[in-house]
Design a protein around this ligand. Structure first.
Ligand SMILES: O=C(O)CCC(=O)C(=O)O
Length: 336
């Protein structure tokens, strides 16, 4: 996948914002416009606290699930050998860790929405789905969910290079859902506002001009990515934002936003979070093998919200126009 192919796969909303911002401003909600500008939007206290309680209750089952090897997950996302010698969840006992809740940073559990209805409902919570529907112009589909107990301490990255088993790569966004209030000592999420607005010549060259990381990427190329991001951030003058949310908040970021997990100040602190990656449902429907280019393959089909179906371009445009009209009417009423 080359940079220009990626750029032409961006959402209609983003292409409009990049090329005709004054038109985009007439059509889209303030939240979406903020997202298109910054690559990130935060919805404070938007999630149902009872649902979060239910997720908490279900998570009590995790240690049992981990022992039965039903659960999949990874340890030390960046291969941080100083954190763990094992790479996958079922190897935790080899390290003397009997309860995954006691594991250190870098532990992530895959796709808990497949085990728990509560986690599934949280991934498809209304404020998230409503926003993504406007962004994609069609129903969103969940690609994967990741649950973290502590900070990932994952180095800076852009998701599109790693999460690319959907057909239109520019249709990618993620939600960061705190499962508890997050302390600044717990290794919170860091991101760089505006860093999603890359031009064609600004992408990292993973292989022959391609923008996707693969399992076969050599160590030198992988290491060069850190340097590339640091240089880009320095050149563009982007400054880090640290996300210190309260339970009930949700942050949604763009698939090209530079972000990562910061180092834990206090290794005992948890930083329980639920991270969901989405694309447009239409992308998944077109997907034959859950595999694209030199990307990874996935055995499970994508998850779709039952209540939503993908829509045609005219119907998407009509919805956007309808939303705008509604805002104008509401605005006119509140000024009357
Ligand atoms: O929560 C974190 O520390 C990082 C999560 C992340 O980068 C991702 O899932 O893409």
């Amino acid at each position: 996948m080359l940079p220009d192919q990626y750029l032409s796969s961006l959402t209609l909303a983003e292409r409009l914002y990049r090329h005709q911002p004054q038109i985009a401003e007439q059509i889209y909600s303030p939240e979406l416009l903020q997202f298109l500008r910054d690559g990130v939007v935060i919805f404070p206290q938007a999630l149902d606290l009872d649902l979060l309680d239910q997720v908490d209750a279900d998570l009590h089952d995790l240690p049992r699930l981990a022992r039965t090897s039903l659960l999949h997950g990874m340890i030390g996302i960046d291969g941080k050998a100083d954190h763990y010698e094992a790479r996958v969840l079922r190897n935790l006992p080899m390290l003397g860790v009997t309860d995954l809740r006691e594991a250190g940073p870098g532990l992530k559990l895959n796709d808990l929405h497949r085990y728990f209805d509560s986690a599934r409902a949280l991934a498809f919570a209304n404020p998230i789905i409503r926003f993504l529907d406007e962004l994609f112009g069609s129903a969103p589909a969940l690609i994967q969910s990741l649950t973290f107990w502590k900070s990932s301490e994952q180095s800076l990255h852009q998701d599109f290079s790693y999460v690319h088993h959907h057909s239109r790569l520019g249709h990618l966004a993620a939600a960061w859902i705190p499962l508890e209030d997050i302390s600044d000592q717990a290794g919170p999420l860091v991101y760089y506002k505006g860093s999603h607005l890359l031009e064609s010549h600004q992408f990292y060259d993973w292989h022959q001009g391609g923008i996707l990381a693969s399992r076969d990427t050599d160590a030198e190329t992988a290491a060069g990515y850190d340097h590339y991001l640091e240089t880009l951030i320095g050149e563009r003058g982007w400054t880090p934002s640290i996300y210190l949310p309260r339970r009930g908040d949700v942050l949604i970021w763009h698939g090209a936003l530079i972000h990562g997990g910061t180092a834990m100040g206090d290794p005992d602190l948890t930083r329980r979070s639920y991270v969901c990656h989405y694309t447009a449902a239409a992308n998944h429907r077109a997907m034959a093998q859950h595999r694209i280019g030199d990307g990874y393959d996935f055995s499970e089909p994508p998850s779709l919200p039952e209540t939503m179906r993908s829509r045609s371009l005219p119907s998407r445009l009509m919805s956007a126009a309808g939303r705008r009209l509604k805002q104008l009417i509401t605005g006119a009423r509140s000024h009357a």
